[in-house]
Design a protein around this ligand. Sequence first.
Ligand code: CMP
Length: 138
Amino acid sequence: MSNRTFTMIKPDAVRNGHIGNILQMINAAGFKIIALKYTQLSTPQAEKFYEVHSERGFFGELTQFMSSGPIVAAILEKENAVADFRTLIGATDPAKADEGTIRKAYATSIGENAVHGSDSDENAAIEGNFFFSGLERF
Ligand code: CMP
C-alpha cells in the first residue's frame, strides 16, 4: 500500500469554476498536496495518458474531452491514498456516486466526471511521473 495518488481536475470542472471547491474537499479529507500544476493536454498527450483505454469505444471521446481545456494535475499524499481518494471522488458514473463525493457534487456525466483518480499504486506512480519531475514535488 502506497501513500500517494494522482488526480486531475478535468476540463468540465475547470470550465464550471469548481477548482477551488474541489481542492477544498481534497484538503478537508486529509490529503496533502505534494505537486500541483495548471496545464492543458494536447490530444496526443491525452492519448498517451489514457493509452490503457485505447481499445475502448469511448477512447476518442475521452481524449478529445481531456484535451478540450485546461486541467489541474496533482500528486496527493495520505495513508491508503489510492483507495481513500477513490472513495472521496465516488463512482465513475455520477448517477451512481454517493452523497458527499466530488463526482456527486460536480460531475455531469460518465465522460465529463469532474475528476480523475488513480486506480492502483502502480498507476499512481506512472501518472504522477507523466506530469511531474522530482523538482516539482514538495
Ligand atoms: P477516469 O477515471 O479519468 O479514467 C477513464 C475515464 O474514461 C473515466 O474517468 C471516464 O471519464 C471515462 N469513461 C469511462 N466510461 C466511459 C463511457 N462509457 N463513455 C465516456 N467516457 C467514459
